[in-house]
Design a protein around this ligand. Sequence first.
Ligand code: FAD
Length: 370
Amino acid sequence: MFRDAVRQFVAREVVPYHGQWEKDGIVPRDVWLKAGNMGLLGMDVPEEYGGLGMEDFRYNALFLEECARVGANGPGFGVQNDLVIPYLLAFANEEQKQRWLPKLVSGEYIGALAMTEPNAGSDLQGIRTTAIRNGDHYVMNGQKTFISNGILNDIAIVACKTDPSQGAKGISLIVVERGMAGYERGRNLEKVGRHAQDTAELFFRDVHVPVSNPLGEEGKGFAYMMHNLPQERLVIALGSLTAAEAAFEMTLAYCRERTAFGQPIGTFQHSRFKLAEMKTELQVGRVYIDHCIMLQVEKKLSAEEAAMAKWWCSDLACRVIDRCVQLHGGYGYMLEYPIAKLYLDVRLDPIHGGTNEIMKDLIGRRMLGL
Ligand SMILES: Cc1cc2nc3c(=O)[nH]c(=O)nc-3n(C[C@H](O)[C@H](O)[C@H](O)COP(=O)(O)OP(=O)(O)OC[C@H]3O[C@@H](n4cnc5c(N)ncnc54)[C@H](O)[C@@H]3O)c2cc1C
C-alpha cells in the first residue's frame, strides 16, 4: 500500500514536471512541501518532532526506488532523508532537534550535507574550512563544492576544522543556516546529467555561527561522518541498481518491438545473450542489495558491506545501461529517450559518496587487513 501511494505521488507530482525542472536546473520548493504533506520526508523522525516515527529503513528505500525507477532524481529527497536527518537524529541535542526536524519533515526546510571542497574530496581529512571559536560564536571561513541541494538548502551540515592543528581530530560538524551573514551560494553547477538537481558551491566568509549550532561534540566530526556513511552508500547502490533495472525493462521491451532483418532485435543470439547476462547480474545485485537493506533495518550494516554494495551496484549499473544504449541503436543516443538520460545520470554513482576506488581501498584495508 505504501509503495502504491508513493508511486502515485511520484507519477502525479514529479514525473509530469521533471522535464521542465531539468531545463530550469532546479526543482520548485512546492514539490518539497507536497512530499512533506504526504509524510515522505523524515519518515523515521519521532512523532514529537513531526515525523511518523516509522523507524524502518525499508520506507526510505521504497521512496528512493520509486523515484529512481522513473529517473526522478531532481528533488534531493534522498539527501534529506538519508543524509541530513540521520545526522540530526544521531547527534543533535534536544533543542536542535526541536529547531530543525519539524521543518525538515514538513518540507519547509531543505537540508544539505557539505563535506567536499575544491581541494579535498576523497581525502576528507584535508578540508580547509575553519570555524574558530570566539566567545559565543564560531567564525567560519572556507568553501565547499559539488553540494547537492546546494542552492535550495535552508540548513547545511558543514564539515569544518574547529582545531586546524589536530588533523581529523580537529574536524567538527556545524549547522549553517540560510541568511547568516557571509554564507553565500555560488553557481548552480552545470553537470553531465541529473540536470534538475541543484548542485552548487558554498562560500563562508567570516560567518558568525552561534555556539548552539555544532552537532554533538567538537572534534568528533570525522567519526560522525564515518558512522553515517554506510547509509549514504547503500542508498547510492540502491538508486543505481533500481535505475539499471528500469533501463533493462525498457530495453527488453524495445528489443521485442524493434525489428531488423525481419526479426525482433532481441532474438539475435548476441542480443539474447546480452539480455540474459544483464538479467542475471541484476538479479544477483538485487539479492545482495536486499541483504544490505535488511542489515540496515537492523542497524547492522557495516562500512565494508555498504562499500561493497556501492561500488559493485554502481559499476554494474554503468555497464548495464551502456549495453542498453547500444541495444537501442541511434535512438539510445537521443535525449528524448529515457535510456539516454539514464546513461548520463547514472555515471555519477561511481564518483559520489566516496569514489569506487575509495570503496575498494576501504574493503581491502578493513576487511582484508591489507
Ligand atoms: C553531482 C555531485 C553531487 C555531489 N554531492 C555532494 C554533497 O552533497 N556533499 C558533499 O560533501 N559532496 C558531494 N559530492 C562530492 C563527491 O562526494 C566527491 O566528488 C567525491 O568524493 C570525489 O572527490 P573529488 O571530486 O575531490 O575527487 P578526488 O578525491 O580528487 O579523486 C580523483 C580521482 O582520484 C582517485 N583517488 C583519490 N584518492 C585515491 C586513493 N587513495 N586511492 C585510489 N584512488 C584515489 C579517485 O577515486 C578519483 O578517481 C558530489 C559530487 C558530485 C559530482
